[in-house]
Design a protein around this ligand. Structure first.
Ligand SMILES: O=C(O)CCC(=O)C(=O)O
Length: 293
């Protein structure tokens, strides 16, 4: 699926877009599973283990911001994490041993789909080495105006920036206080069925979707098998290893020099990234305001 030039691009820039990985049948499975999960949100009034809701959600007019852990509620999302095409890309970017960590599906509905403030995933889950990445599966065509994820090229080689506000982890970088070069950000675009790959230390974010088209984006997090979490504990060894999608389990964490800041103490509104980021002092992206539309 990718060649040595792509691998080198990822190593240098910290991201890669691979177009048209999925065919129409595969995309339609994902979309129809998603439609069923979204329809069931009509029974829900507040955030729970599956739904993160837009502030304007109501059971009469369901507005879902994120499906949490879609691999647990969408059979097609569970299947996709072991798709041969995906595995062939992951093993070139991460190495022969790859473990699935978790998934989420960010729904940016037409007109109001929420922004995600600038952040580095590494600030949320530092490991013993940084061979970790996130895959974004475009369930819709993504272009400049429906809220593409944007990445700052090369930022995965820089520092781990402060993701705290008022002494608590908030999961976002303050655009006023930090020294990010936001002018350099590039939007990751492509037709539905394309996939993005971004390094765990890459600075990224995305704006409110003001277009008339949705931008549904299924995200998977993968780690090298020998990258060990510094914050979480592993309670169930067999279950932990059942998520290996390539290679073998190991008891030998690989240590690599990478700048770490711990996500502690937790956010006062600890929850999804949207809830965590609500305590950020200076937002970069607009928030949907019903009154002004
Ligand atoms: O949905 C997006 O555009 C950004 C996704 C992301 O960075 C996240 O959810 O952590």
């Amino acid at each position: 699926m990718i060649n040595q030039t792509d691998v080198q691009f990822y190593r240098d820039q910290g991201y890669l877009v691979v177009e048209n990985v999925l065919d129409t049948t595969e995309l339609n499975h994902l979309r129809s599973d998603l439609a069923q999960v979204v329809a069931a949100a009509a029974k829900v009034t507040s955030n729970n283990d599956t739904y993160d809701l837009e502030p304007t959600h109501s059971p009469d007019a369901p507005r879902v911001r994120r499906i949490k852990h879609p691999h647990t509620v969408m059979p097609s999302a569970l299947e996709l994490m072991r798709h041969p095409k995906l595995l062939s890309i992951l093993t070139r970017l991460i190495g022969p041993g790859v473990r699935f960590q978790t998934s989420k599906l960010n729904m940016k509905a037409a007109g109001y789909g929420a922004a995600v403030e600038w952040h580095q995933d590494w600030a949320f889950y530092p490991h013993t080495n940084d061979d970790l990445l996130a895959v974004g599966v475009m369930l819709d065509d993504v272009d400049d105006i429906n809220g593409p994820m944007m990445v700052i090229p090369g930022s995965h080689k820089g520092p781990t920036l402060d993701h705290h506000a008022g002494g608590f982890f908030c999961g976002a970088i303050d655009p006023v206080k930090s020294e990010m070069d936001l002018q350099a950000a590039v939007p990751l675009k492509g037709p539905a069925g394309s996939m993005t790959f971004h390094h765990v230390r890459s600075i990224h974010g995305s704006a409110l979707n003001r277009s008339d088209r949705s931008r549904n984006f299924l995200l998977y997090q993968f780690t090298a098998n020998d990258a060990w979490p510094l914050v979480e504990t592993i309670d169930d060894w067999n279950e932990y290893n059942s998520w290996i999608v390539a290679g073998e389990p190991t008891l030998h964490p690989r240590m690599a020099a990478a700048p770490v800041r711990l996500p502690l103490p937790p956010a006062p509104q600890q929850g999804s990234i949207y809830e965590n980021q609500s305590t950020l002092e200076n937002r970069f992206f607009d928030v949907y305001d019903e009154a002004s539309t």
